[in-house]
Design a binder for this molecule. Structure first.
Ligand SMILES: [Zn+2]
Length: 411
């Protein structure tokens, strides 16, 4: 009897100490994540917050109707940006009215400026790599602006330049559709990559100091950009094609070209680009959804709910996203990665990364996997800042020897 009590006590002691050990390990990794994010800003390369003002619900840019100083129904608001230790956030501006592309685009630009002004104690509008660091040192979130989809410059280099003047610091060359000068990954090829005007857009962006984003474009456009650009490029929100075979993700051979270019891939938190099982499920879900679009809304909703019970949404753990980062780091090194969540721009969720308050969870998981503090700092912002600075430097050089291009598109 006595000896069994001793054995039990020893066993209990063993379990207790292993629990304490794993708890201290957990705290240790979260501490590393928090330490890193206190010493460098976390730059998030892509966010679709403005869709809440114009698209998910037509609020006509009314900030009172979606107040981000409080908790919102979406994935982004100021309390959660702070909790997530976000230091710099790119926000996408866009045309939302096909009959008035420029006017609607300018209204979203104005909306972002109004947000910056309304919440000026929390945000500081940023136009340069130095501005990001200044905002961080003042304890504010740097707000940056980007355009997703090159068609929104309406085949006009003067408009590209004016958007730069307004503060746009990256342009994604295409969205999901090929435009008049670049092919999209999800669309059929119209130009076999970039046509001559597309190459001139890239050169003009180099001259201006605007970052070139090759998320969404076809593989051939990616290769053409690497050949054309005189500055490093970014993928503002994309993942590795090794895990999900979609044109929105980047294959290994092109990741090697990215390393040669000294650019970065900022990984997204979009579950259908992170996990293949989820991507397959989502394809089916979309097909059901699309087939019901035209019918009665209530009936369609009921059919979709029933379909979802029979076909449960697969779970996507945070470890799956960490696998993308591990793979890219192992393949091309820690100097070519970053984060571009795409919050408020997709449905579904990666568990543990539900909204912008959760960024430290990702760094904690990577610390657990043995990533060093230096590597985590590179991921958080140092790589992005390097690319931004090199782009600014290339621009200074190019502006001194080159006039603004007046190339027109040939139809
Ligand atoms: Zn996108």
């Amino acid at each position: 009897m006595k000896s069994s009590v001793i054995i039990l006590s020893v066993v209990l002691l063993f379990f207790q100490s292993s629990i304490i050990y794993s708890q201290s390990q957990n705290t240790e990794h979260l501490e590393i994540a928090n330490k890193v994010l206190s010493s460098v800003p976390l730059v998030d390369g892509h966010n679709d917050l403005l869709l809440h003002y114009y698209y998910y619900k037509d609020r006509k840019g009314n900030l009172d109707e979606y107040d981000i100083s409080k908790s919102t129904s979406g994935q982004t608001d100021i309390p959660r940006l702070k909790e997530g230790k976000v230091g710099a956030q790119f926000f996408t501006v866009f045309s939302f009215d096909d009959s008035s592309l420029t006017k609607s685009m300018l209204e979203t630009v104005d909306c972002l400026y109004r947000i910056a002004d309304r919440y000026k104690n929390d945000f500081s509008f940023a136009y340069s790599s130095n501005d990001i660091m200044d905002a961080f040192n003042e304890g504010k979130i740097a707000m940056l602006m980007n355009i997703e989809g090159g068609e929104q410059i309406e085949n006009s280099l003067p408009m590209l330049r004016l958007y730069y003047q307004l503060g746009v610091r990256y342009l994604t060359l295409t969205w999901n559709y090929s435009n008049d000068w670049a092919d999209a990954g999800f669309d059929s090829a119209r130009h076999n990559g970039l046509n001559e005007f597309g190459k001139e857009v890239v050169r003009e962006m180099n001259r201006l100091g605007m970052l070139i984003d090759i998320s969404h474009v076809s593989d051939k456009v990616m290769k053409d950009v690497f050949k054309t650009s005189e500055a490093p490029v970014i993928y503002s929100h994309a993942n590795s094609r090794k895990f999900v075979n979609t044109k929105r993700n980047v294959p290994d051979d092109i990741l090697h070209l990215l390393k040669k270019n000294n650019g970065i891939i900022m990984v997204s938190f979009v579950p259908f680009f992170v996990n293949q099982e989820y991507a397959d499920w989502f394809d089916l879900y979309e097909a059901v959804y699309d087939s019901l679009k035209m019918g009665n809304k209530e009936t369609a909703k009921a059919i979709i709910e029933e379909w979802k019970i029979k076909n449960p949404e697969p779970k996507v753990p945070l470890t799956d996203l960490a696998n993308h980062l591990d793979h890219i780091k192992n393949l091309i090194g820690a100097d070519h990665i970053g984060i571009g969540s795409d919050f408020d721009g997709f449905t579904g969720v990666v568990e543990g990364l539900e909204d912008c308050s959760k960024f430290p969870n990702l760094l904690e998981e990577l610390a657990r996997r043995g990533w060093t503090e230096d590597e985590l700092k590179k991921l958080a912002s140092e790589n992005f800042l390097r690319v931004f600075r090199e782009t600014e430097k290339a621009s200074q050089k190019l502006r001194s020897g080159k006039q603004a291009s007046m190339m027109r598109i040939e139809n």
